[in-house]
Design a protein around this ligand. Structure first.
Ligand SMILES: [Zn+2]
Length: 132
């Protein structure tokens, strides 16, 4: 059991890297509402953190419908949390492993084991920061 746990912990995670999630949510929060930045940073890793806390398999809680109930928070001072968490799932939808939306898997072309793909994810958000 311990050996399996160690093996699982050392396996590469298939999601977008945490720095890309954090950087993208940071740019969105700055563009939309700078007061959201602290909670957006927390929300940007929330889906993965919840899985780890619950001991759930990676991506098992990356079902978009689990996170959409946070949308009403966008009208409150906690909007950053919703922004970060929902954006996390949407960004992971760009990866080859993808996420599920109402049980249907959505995939993208990105391989998160390649740093350039993570950089591309960050750069895709730059126009949003510059335009808003
Ligand atoms: Zn993730």
């Amino acid at each position: 059991m311990l050996r399996e746990t160690v093996f699982y912990a050392r396996r590469p995670r298939r999601g977008v890297k945490w720095y890309a999630h954090t950087a993208c949510s940071l740019m969105l929060a700055i563009a939309l509402n700078p007061a959201w930045v602290p909670l957006a940073l927390i929300g940007s890793t929330l889906p993965d953190a919840v899985e780890r806390i619950l001991g759930a398999k990676h991506r098992s809680m990356h079902e978009l419908m689990l996170w959409l109930p946070l949308l009403p928070l966008l009208a409150t001072g906690y909007g950053g949390l919703a922004l970060g968490a929902i954006h996390h799932v949407l960004l992971d939808a760009l990866t080859a492993h993808g996420v599920t939306v109402a049980g249907r898997r959505i995939r993208g072309p990105f391989s998160t084991s390649r740093p350039l793909d993570n950089l591309a994810a960050i750069l895709l958000h730059l126009p949003i920061l510059l335009l808003l």
